[in-house]
Design a protein around this ligand. Structure first.
Ligand code: THG
Length: 263
């Protein structure tokens, strides 16, 4: 499982405050703790304020105090996106484009120009589809469009749009059913990703819902998750799930680790 740490997001009031106050110490600590907890990439979303361009410039520059850091620049604004991508020293991820005409026209050239990997949502000009089949069809269209810009299929992460279970009870199952078909669309396969914490927004027992979904998603072939990597049991669950699926032939040491944790 490729983890993309979700915490550098203006949606969190503490992060919003740190961005406004240019508190680089807070941001760097949050970045480092996510990397230590197993994040390969950090999602960076400064929100949609009047200062978003300057905010993106500041935060991406500060995050490079960690020289190896790999960022997923998360904004719907093409100009803010370019500002972020331009400052990335290590290969970035563009988060996100979609199958919407305007999104592909604006975002795909940026991914190509900066050699970025791509997260693409299965949203079309008529919105977010309700079913798995339409998600797969939109994923196919996205891959074809990305390939036209010279972006390789294996550099595309298809995001089948996980919604809060409170708002759309049938959504998670449609997402799970779409994943294996998306993986079949090309050889080599595209990758798949979800915004995991979306599912439990405005729910109690959030981490439990996140974990339950992730275990099943691993079974159907999910490659990556934008997730709360500071939830230790969530990241441990990926190893435990691999054991359950017989995907880890050297599981003894991990089982031993679990025993220790449970003491
Ligand atoms: N797909 C892609 N990118 C994404 C998402 C996605 N980026 C953003 C989001 N979804 C994934 N990241 C988060 C980050 C935080 C939360 C959910 C998803 C979250 N935040 C708390 C809340 O809303 O309750 C904030 C609470 C607080 O203020 O402290 O749950 O799907 N490609």
């Amino acid at each position: 499982m490729i983890f993309i740490g979700e915490k550098i997001n203006g949606m969190f009031s503490s992060v919003r405050k740190a961005i406004d106050e240019r508190d680089s110490k807070f941001i760097l600590k949050l970045a480092e703790s996510q990397l230590e907890a197993g994040a390969k990439y950090l999602d960076v979303n400064v929100g949609a304020s009047d200062t978003q361009e300057e905010d993106m410039k500041w935060i991406v520059t500060e995050l490079h105090q960690l020289p190896e850091v790999q960022l997923a620049i998360d904004t719907p604004n093409p100009s803010v996106m370019e500002t972020g991508l331009k400052l990335c020293k290590n290969r970035p991820i563009l988060n996100s484009t979609s199958a919407e005409t305007e999104k592909s026209t604006n975002m795909l050239p940026l991914a190509a120009k900066y050699g970025a990997q791509l997260i693409a949502l299965t949203i079309g000009d008529s919105g977010i589809p309700s079913g798995a089949e339409e998600r797969v069809a939109l994923a196919a269209a996205i891959i074809a469009a990305a390939n036209d810009y010279g972006i390789k299929t294996e550099d595309v992460y298809i995001d089948p749009v996980l919604l809060p279970i409170r708002a759309a009870q049938g959504n998670p199952l449609e997402v799970l059913q779409a994943i294996p078909f998306i993986k079949e669309l090309d050889i080599p396969a595209p990758k798949t990703v979800v915004g995991l914490s979306n599912i439990s927004q405005r729910c109690k027992s959030r981490s439990l819902i996140n974990r339950a979904f992730l275990a099943i998603a691993i079974y159907v072939g999910l490659d990556a998750a934008i997730a709360d990597v500071l939830d230790v049991e969530l990241t441990q669950l990926t190893a435990a799930t691999k054991i359950a699926l017989n995907q880890d032939i050297y599981c003894d040491s991990f089982l031993h680790g679990i025993n220790k944790l449970n003491k």
